[in-house]
Design a binder for this molecule. Structure first.
Ligand code: NDP
Length: 449
């Protein structure tokens, strides 16, 4: 796809020029801007007010040194980030990623996506994201704790329960959130809901751990049922074996599917009898080992080095849940050739633009990340509400709210897609639906903010 609207084409050029080498950020912005063409034709007032030009520029970026001492008493230095992208509809909200690949471009792409995703949830949350190029892999608990404390020593100046509320993402789970929360509390002397994804003993919400994976499956089931299909009886391939992949697997099984493959950044397992989730949880979450260990416990299963081969496995439904750009055009063609009829994204931007094009052209039911994986941040929003009320809902209550939110996101995205002449194109539908609420809030609030 290329731009027809000259204002948007020029804006895209400007984004590339002003943010050189931030390829993932360019990719995320281009996808949204292309979707907005029909909106701007109907609503020139957004152009007049510079809404889109303001949207692609973060309100604030903080970049900071994180120094800490490892187990050998050696000083280590990492680089931390927090991008506060847009606060038009609520306090900044978005996860923290700890992974060696983290840089400004990655955090900006994630923060930009988060604006629209958070808007789609219908909860009052602005868009933000943060992280660090720290690699938790192979580090002792003590090292992770000292790193998290140093990271929060700087981050605490910039966040707060009504300002910016971070959560987890790749490399940031319950352990890391706990260490960071402890340090925030120590430094600020306040017990507030400044982070989500907290443990249940200190303000966490039931279902938050499961939320992104469960929400992905609720969204996907709604998308399937709209076309007379369902998870029930289907074969599913899921990439990754972290938080999102594990709970997507659990919910897919509950909905009657068979999950035959999972992966990590080294390779993938294929278990034609259906992956045993207990084994995966023990290996990845409890022992923090590699997915290849799985075949030691299930000798009929196969392990293959490298991640991309997972998309060669025939399936009905594919749920990429590992990382950005993990599924390219060739992989998409293979999935289609093997009869895959639905793809929904648990990870953020896992499909390359080529892959998305293949899905749309072949009428594969395609749920883009900002709609399909919004369940995590939606439940974080519910955690914020519970913290403000100093009250806790039951598992069933939170799960029911999550399901409602995901069903509504599907309905909203598909209705808006149809309204703008792009029936069944949930990329356009999600981008426009997410954009409209933020744009109208920005219009109402005037220019100088
Ligand atoms: P985790 O750290 O729990 O798990 C990440 C998984 O992806 C691991 O299996 C990891 O393998 C694998 N992975 C990471 N990097 C790569 C890579 N370069 N190539 C192949 N595999 C890789 O993270 P989450 O499950 O929380 O996040 C997964 C995705 O979901 C991310 O895109 C994240 O932004 C998105 N997401 C997460 C939400 C949440 O609530 N957690 C909410 C919304 C989106 P290994 O073990 O080898 O590192």
């Amino acid at each position: 796809m290329s731009f027809q609207n000259q204002t948007l084409a020029q804006l895209m050029d400007k984004v590339i020029q002003k943010n050189p080498a931030e390829l993932e950020f360019h990719q995320a912005v281009e996808e949204v801007l292309l979707s907005l063409e029909p909106v701007l034709e109907r609503h020139p007032e957004y152009i007049a007010a510079g809404i889109v030009e303001r949207l692609v520029e973060p309100e604030r970026i903080v970049m900071f040194r994180v120094s800490w001492v490892d187990d050998q008493n050696k000083v280590q230095v990492n680089r931390g980030f927090r991008v506060q992208f847009n606060s038009a509809i609520g306090p900044y909200k978005g996860g923290l990623r700890f992974h060696p690949s983290v840089n400004a471009g990655i955090i900006k792409f994630l923060g930009f996506e988060q604006i629209f995703k958070n808007s789609l949830t219908s909860l009052p949350m602005g868009g933000g994201k943060g992280g660090c190029d720290f690699d938790p892999k192979g580090k002792s608990d003590g090292e992770v704790m000292r790193f998290c404390q140093s990271f929060m020593t700087e981050l605490q100046r910039h966040i707060g329960p009504d300002t910016d509320v971070p959560a987890g993402d790749i490399g940031v789970g319950a352990r890391e959130i706990g260490f960071m929360y402890g340090q925030y509390k120590r430094l600020r002397n306040e017990f507030t809901g400044v982070l989500t994804g907290k443990g249940l003993t200190y303000g966490g919400s039931l279902v938050r751990t499961q939320a992104t994976g469960y929400g992905l499956c609720y969204f996907t089931e709604e998308m399937l049922q709209a076309k007379g299909k369902s998870f029930n009886g289907s074969t599913v391939v899921i990439s990754g074996s972290g938080n999102v992949a594990i709970y997507a697997t659990e919910k897919a099984y509950q909905l009657g599917a068979k999950v035959v493959a999972l992966s990590d950044s080294s390779g993938y397992i294929y278990d034609p009898q259906g992956v045993n989730l207990d084994t995966v949880v023990r290996i990845k979450e409890v022992e923090r080992k590699r997915i290849k260990e799985y075949v030691q416990f299930h000798s009929h299963a196969e392990y293959h080095e490298g991640c991309s081969g997972i998309w060669n496995i025939p399936c009905d439904i594919a749920l990429p849940c590992a990382t950005q750009n993990e599924l390219d055009g060739d992989a998409a063609k293979t999935l289609v050739a093997n009869g895959c009829y639905a793809v929904a994204e648990g990870a953020n931007m896992p499909s390359t633009p080529d892959a998305v094009e293949v899905f749309l052209q072949n009428k594969v039911l395609y749920g883009p990340a900002k709609a399909a994986n919004a369940g995590g941040v939606a439940t974080s929003g519910l955690e914020m509400s519970q913290n403000s009320m100093r009250y806790s809902w039951t598992f069933e209550e939170v799960d029911a709210k999550l399901k409602d939110i995901m069903v509504n996101i599907y309905k909203n995205a598909s209705t808006v897609a149809k309204e703008y002449g792009y029936e069944d194109n949930l990329v356009v539908g999600a981008n426009i639906a997410g954009f409209l609420k933020v744009a109208n809030a920005m219009l109402a609030q005037g220019v100088a903010y």
